[in-house]
Design a protein around this ligand. Structure first.
Ligand code: F6R
Length: 363
């Protein structure tokens, strides 16, 4: 049931404020999820987290690396399951092995989990399908509570994975003592604002749709970001290529001059995710490098960032101003909508893109 939407993907994008609120209540307020985290997940004996996943789920891990490291002071390695499983990396009893999977059945992720059995201190999974193989074989399986995701391109599962990972990072910080009660309640308060920020981002659909109508005419698109916005840029590129079949690549903005800048010309749209804040000036200089080569910049930022960027931008998407480390979550929404509207504009099969399966149970 598409609940009045044209595609499951549109319905699942629109559902995000509701499912995110649900997941946050479960993990932040004194109910089951929070109790389970406190009782069954003890970070005090952990000195590193190894996160393993595929595709979009691996990008959720990558975003959360910034939170675990900055908020909880815990080193995080993020690995793609198909690489991890054959590399046979060293692990020990102080390693927490964390697997993220919407379906809970991805073959490479499951094989990576089995490799960690008997090697890592604890095996935790974050899944949407609670009855899945990955959930069953974990010491602790945390549900993301997104509800069924039908569209092949992952949307609400990704944002729910992000808020569960954020809640886990806060739990880790409490247990390792890197935050005090005041900082805990400040950060928890910021995390509780995410569903409202996602609603505000959803309201930008008409603007995003106008940008998509332009993107649909191009053969290649670059996505740039820094910090946690870098993996969100990777997700924007992945989503666009999956459903619109436009060639898209994501880069850390600082990598621009180490290669991809050679691609920039008047035919190359560059989507830049850059809220105002400490890294903004760095990204602005990357934007200027693109503009100097006649590249077409689509800047996704808040009012302050857009004002500071000045003239010469091709397109803009104005996000609400968002404070704190979890701002990247709301920036997922324009990435999802850009991909969705570009695909609709091109007339591709949004919910069943060619060559892709919802659950990749073979290597
Ligand atoms: C992207 C997408 C895939 C999945 C990947 C992992 O939109 O859906 O990249 O994220 O195949 O799947 P799960 O999360 O089921 O392990």
């Amino acid at each position: 049931d598409k609940a009045g939407h044209r595609h499951f993907m549109a319905k699942e994008i629109a559902e995000q404020p509701e499912v995110l609120s649900h997941a946050l209540t479960y993990y932040l307020d004194p109910c089951d999820g929070r109790r389970q985290l406190e009782a069954e997940l003890d970070f005090s004996g952990i000195d590193r987290i190894v996160m393993v996943a595929c595709g979009t789920a691996s990008l959720a891990c990558f975003v959360s690396k910034y939170w675990f490291e900055q908020i909880a002071g815990l080193p995080v390695e993020v690995d793609i399951a198909s690489e991890f499983r054959y590399r046979e990396p060293p692990l020990n009893a102080r390693t927490l092995a964390l697997f993220v999977s919407q379906s809970g059945e991805t073959a490479d992720t499951l094989a990576a989990l089995r490799y960690c059995r008997g090697r890592a201190g604890k095996i935790v999974s974050i899944v949407n399908a609670a009855e899945s193989s990955i959930a069953r074989e974990s010491d602790l399986a945390l549900p993301i509570l997104a509800g069924p995701e039908i569209g092949v391109a992952s949307t609400k599962a990704f944002s729910c994975q992000l808020v569960v990972l954020a809640a886990m990072a806060l739990q880790a910080a409490r247990q390792t003592g890197t935050i005090d009660a005041g900082e805990d309640s400040r950060l928890s308060g910021l995390l509780r604002q995410v569903p409202g920020q996602v609603s505000a981002a959803l309201a930008l659909a008409p603007r995003v749709q106008a940008v998509s109508a332009q993107l649909a005419r191009h053969a290649d698109v670059l996505f740039l970001g820094r910090g946690p916005f870098y993996p969100i840029a990777l997700e924007g590129a992945l989503k666009l290529k999956e459903i619109s079949y436009i060639h898209a690549e994501g880069y850390a903005a600082g990598e621009l001059k180490h290669g991809p800048i050679a691609l920039i010309d008047e035919e190359m749209p560059v989507v830049v995710l850059a809220p105002s804040g400490p890294l903004f000036d760095k990204v602005l200089s990357n934007i200027q490098e693109v503009l100097a080569r006649a590249g077409k910049v689509v800047l996704v930022s808040d009012a302050e960032g857009l004002a500071a960027a000045g003239e010469g931008l091709w397109q803009t998407i104005e996000m609400p101003a968002i404070e704190g480390p979890f701002a990247a979550i709301a920036y997922v929404v324009p990435m999802q909508q850009l991909a969705y509207h570009t695909a609709v504009e091109k007339g591709t099969d949004v919910d069943q893109p060619r060559n892709l399966a919802k659950s990749v149970t073979v290597e």
